[in-house]
Design a protein around this ligand. Structure first.
Ligand SMILES: NC(=O)c1ccc[n+]([C@@H]2O[C@H](COP(=O)([O-])OP(=O)(O)OC[C@H]3O[C@@H](n4cnc5c(N)ncnc54)[C@H](O)[C@@H]3O)[C@@H](O)[C@H]2O)c1
Length: 347
């Protein structure tokens, strides 16, 4: 088991990474918290797989809420259901909330923990690769509104994050691949050794090491920019064009992770046009394909440009673009809309 710590404005967050950690969750929680009660939030897919294994470990009363799986349930009404269950089970500010699930469960539960009685201790137990390398670390919590994603939320650090790579064995292949998009992103923006690990045919054998390297980067970025006012933006590498592609596919043709994969290749092509000395597109493409991800931007570039600017509400202005001109070094580069239009037509 390996440990990373993040010191945020509100205190320390410990992140433990190791196979079999789910089976030691109660012992790890006992080292950090002393609750009288525990409430677990999980979703309808994860509950039958891991809820009883977690719940049965504690010697204080444990209750749970099983929310419906899926992004469409990441909304305020789900948070309200959790509040009612917390009250019905007598949870107080001295107790502990556990989030057991993917990024959707983690974001919703984190928001419920941040706001219930103005804040109850939180432990994240992420069960998707995306949640393990990204969403469970860093304290961003929240829900969607009909007007858009993640429009309501709070920065609220979990005191403890327990990352058990063994739980990834039950993930559908497509969901695992989507998480690999975020993993490969870390390789591009900060540590090319991750890309080498991911390019190996049997990379899944090293997933624990890969997760550790990714979490270390996320921890370091959040430590500098906890509230997302600057450096944290580099974590959006590939997301700008990715979001535009997702939108053009009506959020049906491409899953989020697939759109990010395509967006990273496009952003790497832009980086070439903006003076990258070495062309990393072939390596990135091969690495993404090895992880089962698409790489080709199939949409008309003019449509991408329009979707991108409407997303950023930046017609006529500049767009802060994340470029990787040197592998492992992300840069936030403001690009004039007209210049971006010209460059996009060439990728
Ligand atoms: N807070 C942050 O910093 C941050 C960062 C990135 C993404 N996010 C958010 O994360 C969400 C996406 O997260 P996600 O990709 O984990 O989606 P998700 O939570 O919907 O999980 C994907 C699917 O996998 C299922 N699942 C989860 N763990 C499983 C397991 N071990 N075995 C089998 N099935 C399992 C889930 O039920 C779901 O159907 C989005 O809402 C996004 O906004 C947040």
């Amino acid at each position: 088991m390996r440990k990373l710590s993040l010191t945020g404005a509100a205190g320390q967050s410990d992140i433990l990474i190791g196979r079999g950690l789910l089976g030691e969750a109660a012992a790890q929680c006992a080292a950090v918290f002393s609750p009288s009660r525990i409430h677990i939030v999980t979703d309808t897919n994860v509950a039958p797989l891991y809820l009883s294994k977690l719940e049965s470990q504690f010697d204080v009363p444990v209750s749970h809420t099983v929310i419906s799986a899926g992004e469409e349930h990441k909304r305020l009404s789900t948070v309200e259901t959790i509040y009612h269950d917390l009250l019905a089970n007598g949870m107080t500010r001295k107790d502990l909330i556990l989030a057991l699930g993917g990024g959707v469960t983690g974001d919703i539960t984190g928001f419920a923990a941040a706001t219930f009685l103005r804040g109850v201790a939180l432990c994240q137990i992420p069960t998707t690769l995306l949640a393990q390398v990204d969403s469970s670390v860093g304290g961003k919590t929240g829900v969607d509104l009909p007007e858009g994603k993640n429009l309501v939320g709070a920065f609220y650090q979990p005191r403890l994050v327990l990352i058990d790579p063994d739980v990834l064995s039950s993930l559908p292949d497509k969901t695992f691949s989507e998480g690999m998009g975020e993993v490969i992103k870390y390789g591009c923006i900060s540590n090319p050794a991750i890309l080498e690990m991911c390019a190996a045919p049997d990379y899944k054998q090293n997933i624990e090491d890969i997760i550790y390297e990714c979490v270390k980067i996320k921890r370091d970025v959040v430590a500098v920019d906890e509230h997302d006012t600057g450096l944290r933006m580099i974590l959006n590498f590939g997301h700008t064009i990715g979001h535009a592609a997702e939108k053009l596919g009506n959020y049906v043709d491409l899953a989020h992770g697939e759109a990010v994969a395509i967006g990273m290749v496009a952003a790497m092509r832009l980086s070439n046009q903006m003076g990258a000395p070495v062309d990393h597109v072939p390596m990135l493409t091969a690495t993404l394909q090895n992880a089962g991800l698409p790489t080709e931007l199939k949409y008309d570039r003019e449509a991408i440009y329009r979707a991108l600017l409407s997303d950023k509400k930046k017609f006529g202005g500049t767009v802060n673009f994340i470029l990787v001109r040197e592998l492992g070094k992300a840069e936030i580069v403001p690009i004039e809309a007209e210049e971006l239009h010209r460059l996009l037509l060439k990728i």
